[in-house]
Design a protein around this ligand. Structure first.
Ligand SMILES: [Fe+2]
Length: 378
């Protein structure tokens, strides 16, 4: 038995001084007050919260390819990513892997990788060497040439947790504003003006040829795989209506207030990026996460491309709402609920003892420990 005593416990509806009792990897009791019994870990007034649950991170891609065209051994990359997330307080992650490539393209990083990387990840998970809980999130790129055959390489045995429908065709959704896309691609891939024009023409032609069939195939694949379906970059009420028809359970990064409000009306949870909240806006010129938070239509946060941003952003939301428990729920209870993980995400007896201990230092969160099923991992 372990006792985490004298902590500010982030309970589902309030923050309260108390102790957590853990046995065999589960929370078995919650006690009120600051008493520190013999043998207990004295948290000294630090916060104790459920481990964070990350639904959409492309952080693994950065470890696999740390520089353009530079490949790092995949096992080493996954282990480093795993340790990094544990060190940011994340105890469950849905690793986002893109399916749908553009093999005919020469410029940009559009080669197939998802199946091979998933095999390595699932192998490490089966070997029990990962610190935190990993699941697959397939990002189905509608505007691609190979989506159907790449999806067919996955089956129910892969236990894919999330399948998101992405459509990055130029001129809509995330890149409705072509000037923003031009700026992004010039920065990311060094596209010249002529290369940009060719890119837009080529992508639009692919969408016209394959968009509808790819969308239908991805929705069918989510059902067949038993994955939760997510929408991505919904921009208009019509986009949200289509997502609702497809059975989306949450919306990744809606790009307008109109879309976020339509999601709420349709019972689709809204996820926004932690970097957007912390930086005070979207890097591609779309709606600010804070605007949605103030309007009461933000349910979930994702660290997107900065794992350490997740805890800091949840604390910031708590400050904004004047309710730290509600802020932290966007990275714990809410993502657990959105993905059907009933065994974690709240400090409640019977649930997994996935825990973090931290202290606040201005806007920063000082993480002082991460535990998965009661075992310390960072
Ligand atoms: Fe996007």
């Amino acid at each position: 038995m372990q006792v985490f005593a004298n902590g500010e416990l982030v309970l589902p509806d309030r923050v309260q001084r108390g102790a957590l009792v853990v046995e065999a990897g589960r929370i078995v009791e919650i006690r009120e007050g600051g008493a520190v019994p013999a043998g207990a870990l004295d948290c000294g007034g630090d916060w104790l919260a459920p481990g964070l649950i990350e639904l959409h991170t492309d952080n693994l891609e950065r470890h696999i390819e740390p520089r353009p065209k530079v490949k790092w051994p995949q096992e080493a990359a996954i282990l480093a990513h795993d340790a990094e997330l544990a060190g940011c307080g994340i105890t469950t992650v849905f690793d986002a892997l893109r399916v749908g490539s553009l093999p005919s393209r020469t410029k940009g990083n559009y080669a197939e990788y998802a199946r091979g990387l998933a095999d390595v990840l699932l192998g490490l998970r089966a070997a029990g060497v990962l610190k935190i809980s990993h699941r697959l999130h397939l990002r189905a790129e509608i505007c691609s040439e190979t989506l159907i055959e790449e999806l067919a390489r996955f089956g129910p045995g892969d236990q894919v947790g999330i399948l998101s429908l992405m459509d990055h065709t130029p001129g809509q959704r995330q890149f409705r504003d072509l000037a923003q896309l031009r700026h992004y691609l010039a920065g990311k891939h060094g596209f010249s003006e002529a290369e940009f024009e060719a890119h837009v023409t080529e992508r639009r032609a692919i969408f016209d040829r394959l968009g509808a069939v790819h969308e239908a195939a991805a929705v069918a694949a989510a059902q067949c795989l038993g994955a939760h379906l997510a929408s991505h970059d919904d921009t208009t009420a019509a986009d949200v209506a289509a997502s609702a028809r497809h059975g989306a359970s949450f919306a990744e990064f809606p790009t307008t207030l109109e879309a976020a409000q339509a999601c709420r009306a349709a019972g689709i949870k809204v996820m926004m990026g932690a970097p957007n909240l912390i930086r005070g806006g979207s890097h591609s010129g779309n709606v600010a996460a804070e605007t949605l938070a103030v309007a009461g239509c933000l349910d979930l946060l994702s660290s997107d491309y900065i794992p350490s941003g997740l805890l800091a952003a949840a604390l910031r939301l708590g400050d904004l709402w004047g309710d730290p428990a509600r802020g932290l729920a966007t990275v714990t209870a809410a993502p657990a609920e959105a993905t059907g993980l009933a065994d974690r995400g709240r400090l409640v007896p019977g649930l997994r003892a996935d825990l973090i201990r931290f202290r606040r230092h201005g806007a920063a969160a000082l993480l002082r420990g991460t535990w998965v099923k009661g075992a310390r991992v960072a």
